[in-house]
Design a protein around this ligand. Structure first.
Ligand SMILES: [Zn+2]
Length: 164
């Protein structure tokens, strides 16, 4: 379903904040129209019309920190992970700054975690992310994440307390 058809159904209104949406703004604009899922797809929500709502991009993104997509895969036996959303909130506005976002017991797992962190970060704060791993001789492998220094500062919206 497209934005224009949702707007015909619901009007040019953001279902999250109740504010008007300017149809002339591109969907890449913070105040532009995006399609939000009432029940997140990760919780079984569908792409069918009854599950779709119009939302400002900024409101849609802000809600994103309550989605389980930003939780690390639970079947990975990581030694440590940070909450990715709060890491993005710190890193996105500061290109060039890096943080360790996970410690893995095995290099293969660290590589998978690095790829996952980049893919998820890009989905929520587009514009370029990179991740790499550094093995400690004693065993654990650190997974680093940053926005390249050459990239534009990004925004996550308000950094909120994650869901319990
Ligand atoms: Zn809104």
């Amino acid at each position: 379903m497209q934005v224009i058809r949702l707007a015909e159904r619901d009007g040019w209104t953001c279902w999250l904040c109740g504010g008007d949406i300017d149809p002339r703004l591109p969907s890449t604009s913070p105040a532009g129209a995006t399609i939000d899922h009432l029940v997140p797809r990760s919780r079984g929500g569908s792409n069918d019309a009854p599950n779709l709502r119009l939302a400002h991009r900024r409101c849609n993104v802000r809600r994103g920190n309550h989605l389980p997509e930003l939780q690390w895969p639970t079947d990975w036996p990581m030694l440590m992970t940070v909450h990715l959303w709060t890491a993005l909130a710190r890193l996105a506005p500061r290109p060039g700054r890096a943080e360790v976002v996970a410690m893995a017991p095995l290099p293969e797992l660290a590589d998978a975690a690095a790829a996952w962190a980049v893919e998820r970060s890009e989905a929520f704060v587009p514009g370029g992310w990179e991740s790499w791993t550094v093995a400690d001789p004693a065993g654990p492998v650190a997974v680093w994440l940053r926005r390249p220094a050459s990239s534009a500062p990004g925004r996550t919206g308000r950094p909120l307390v994650p869901d319990a």
